[in-house]
Design a protein around this ligand. Structure first.
Ligand SMILES: Cc1cc2nc3c(=O)[nH]c(=O)nc-3n(C[C@H](O)[C@H](O)[C@H](O)COP(=O)(O)OP(=O)(O)OC[C@H]3O[C@@H](n4cnc5c(N)ncnc54)[C@H](O)[C@@H]3O)c2cc1C
Length: 534
């Protein structure tokens, strides 16, 4: 039996071993010494609400061997609870699969869907329009250096999907026991051990590349295939079934098709729509990346404890409402860099990434303003057009280049005029930015809400609206602008073998939630079909 000893609060001077000792003391009230087996850190977080007394908060898992019956209510009062059962239950169907399943997209959703299918003998074929990790890394670095974009191999497209070049934050708002499975698989493929217990786990781009390559090897070892630089271009449909698909490398038969496309596959959305795949327009957000010095963020969060070697780089998560519009920080990357995240020629897009050590000088985050369907005309094509127009306006403002528009916070808030970055230097493409008035790039409802948000956030995190912070834009790919409706069997409307899932289909908003949706989709497929023996 495993128990969790919760809520162990220790000062930042104390170590993880101290947490294990405290847990053991608490357990000894209920169990004899020889019944207490292995103790491990189960979760750890930081309570920095009181800067003068920052605390680590731990919970510890404990294996208990053959012990006399205990009063679990009394234990609960002492913060000791049985470990929740996180086993994933799998049901197998009886229908025969006519051929192999095809998964489109090798992002977190496609990877986890394919992994589970492969593990249980369904032999999936994954096709991915972008390149393998090594080739993609070379393409992304070339784009950062020279501004020559490869529209099929970039920050959005390629092995590992949109999140490969990211901070690799694995926190999610979804509360699903499958998240634990995702974290343990990520660890098995090379993510640092701390992802298993930190309340805000993160992997970093350096480790993520390894994780993605190892996941690919595992799918192949289990009988699957992963084909890079292979793009889904068309569907062959017969009686509401996808009979085969046309790819950039030729036609491929498929028993069923999983669409794990991500939010940037605009050409593929339009192809799907031409075949009658139902889609609806949804709300999304747009804004800018804001950069501060990481040491200033640390000071704002930790006070005089900033820089303490036991403390992680400071992270924030801020939000407010400007009348009916949400303004919020998103995808904060401590010690990271702003990345050029375009996937279409003639458009500028920003995003953020960090390495595991988060040791860059700047902290960055997106500050995004909600865009409602009524802002753009409530149609799928108009939603995409709205995003694309902003990206193209940013490209024009950067003198028809990928040198993103940039402005200091002081100038944006009207407190200074025509200032160049000084204290905080923009990290986008090593500083290849064009100083621009953001009001010329973004609609006024966005810039007004950004100004409101910056001032609001400055009250919550001192220095957020400091004059020397820099804004780089535009941040348009925060979430999918569309949803592909599906029924309780995860099937698209009117199709008997088409499975839309992940962020692109509107069912996830980050690495972990996309991976979980891929798992759910695989479970739905396995519930219907028996494993593929051919
Ligand atoms: C720079 C950056 C940083 C991010 N940081 C974080 C973070 O720290 N934490 C977090 O939780 N989230 C982060 N995100 C968001 C996260 O990456 C996404 O939510 C997640 O990757 C979505 O997973 P997905 O599998 O649904 O789609 P994606 O990861 O977008 O994968 C879809 C894949 O499908 C492929 N594809 C599309 N069309 C076709 C086609 N026609 N044929 C073949 N293949 C196709 C694409 O090339 C892509 O590789 C970040 C995103 C970016 C861009």
């Amino acid at each position: 039996m495993t128990y969790i000893v919760q809520n162990i609060k220790l000062s930042i001077e104390r170590s993880k071993d101290d947490a294990l000792t405290v847990a053991k003391h608490r357990l000894l009230k209920f169990f004899p010494k020889n019944a207490i087996g292995e103790l491990k850190i189960y979760k750890s977080s930081i309570d920095a609400r009181k800067k003068e007394n920052i605390l680590f908060v731990y919970s510890v898992s404990a294996q208990i061997h053959e012990a006399p019956r205990v009063n679990e209510n009394a234990m609960l009062k002492d913060g000791i609870a049985p470990m929740p059962d996180e086993e994933m239950s799998i049901e197998f169907g009886t229908e025969r699969m006519d051929g192999r399943p095809v998964v489109v997209g090798f992002g977190p959703c496609g990877i986890f869907c394919a992994l589970l299918l492969a593990k249980h003998g369904y032999r999936p074929i994954v096709i991915e329009r972008g390149a393998s990790v090594k080739q993609r890394t070379a393409d992304v670095e070339a784009f950062f250096r020279s501004g020559i974009l490869n529209p099929e191999s970039n920050i959005q497209f390629g092995a590992g999907g949109a999140g490969t070049f990211s901070d690799g934050k694995l926190v999610t708002r979804i509360n699903d026991p499958k998240c634990g499975y995702v974290l343990s698989e990520m660890h098995r493929f090379g993510a640092p051990e701390e992802v298993l217990y930190k309340a805000k786990p993160h992997v970093g781009t350096d480790y993520l590349k390894k994780v993605v390559e190892n996941a690919e090897k595992e799918i192949i070892r289990l009988g699957g295939e992963v084909l890079f630089q292979t793009k889904l271009e068309d569907l062959v449909i017969s009686n509401g079934r996808i009979a085969s698909i046309r790819t950039s490398k030729g036609e491929l038969p498929c028993s069923l098709l999983v669409l794990a496309l991500g939010h940037s596959a605009r050409d593929t959305f339009s192809m799907l729509s031409s075949h009658g795949v139902e889609m609806t327009a949804k709300a999304f957000s747009v804004g800018v990346r804001v950069e501060h010095l990481q040491e200033n963020i640390d000071f704002a969060l930790y006070g005089k404890s900033a820089g303490h070697p036991a403390l992680p780089k400071g992270e924030y998560n801020l939000s407010c409402h400007n009348e009916n519009r949400g303004v919020y920080t998103f995808c904060m990357c401590p010690g990271g860099q702003v990345v050029a995240a375009a996937s279409e020629e003639g458009g500028v897009v920003t995003n953020g990434m960090s390495n595991f050590r988060r040791d860059g000088k700047n902290a960055n985050s997106a500050v995004a303003v909600s865009v409602n369907p009524s802002d753009y005309g409530n149609r799928v094509d108009l939603a995409i057009e709205f995003q694309r127009k902003l990206e193209q306006t940013a490209y024009l403002a950067a003198n028809r280049s990928y040198d993103a528009p940039c402005q200091t916070m002081g100038d944006f808030l009207g407190k200074t005029k025509n200032t160049l970055p000084s204290g905080v230097l923009p990290t986008y493409r090593d500083g290849k930015v064009t100083m621009t008035d953001m009001d010329k790039v973004l609609p006024s409802f966005v810039t007004e809400s950004l100004r409101f948000g910056f001032m609001n956030f400055d009250k919550k995190l001192k220095g957020f609206a400091a004059n020397d912070a820099v804004l780089t834009g535009v941040e348009t790919r925060t979430s999918s602008p569309i949803r592909i409706p599906r029924n309780e069997d995860y099937l698209a409307v009117r199709f008997s073998n088409l499975y839309p899932c992940g962020e692109g289909a509107g069912y996830a908003g980050g690495i972990t939630s996309a991976a979980v949706d891929g798992i759910k989709c695989a479970l739905a497929i396995m519930k219907k079909y028996k494993p593929n023996e051919t």
